[in-house]
Write a protein that binds this ligand. Structure first.
Ligand SMILES: [Zn+2]
Length: 79
């Protein structure tokens, strides 16, 4: 899948990528919402490079398991 089409599936806002905190604020998308406590909520944000990476991992895993790859759910690569 083309990078631009893949990125267009996500909603981008400024934030800190969970894998690249050193880059500071950049265009990120929420890939996962974690509830560390009953009343808490933590958004895992990923930058464009990471979303492309995660989608590639998912596509590969889908090919290996023979399941259908559906782009737009990068967070599922996080388990
Ligand atoms: Zn990143």
């Amino acid at each position: 899948m083309e990078r631009e089409k893949l990125l267009a599936l996500y909603h981008w806002t400024q934030g800190i990528c969970f894998r690249h905190p050193g880059r500071g604020e950049t265009a990120t998308t929420v890939v996962k919402t974690i509830h560390p406590r009953a009343d808490g909520e933590y958004h895992v944000r990923a930058c464009r490079d990471c979303v492309i990476d995660m989608e590639a991992i998912r596509e590969e895993a889908a090919a290996e398991s023979g399941s259908k790859y559906e782009p737009g759910h990068a967070g599922e690569a996080l388990g």
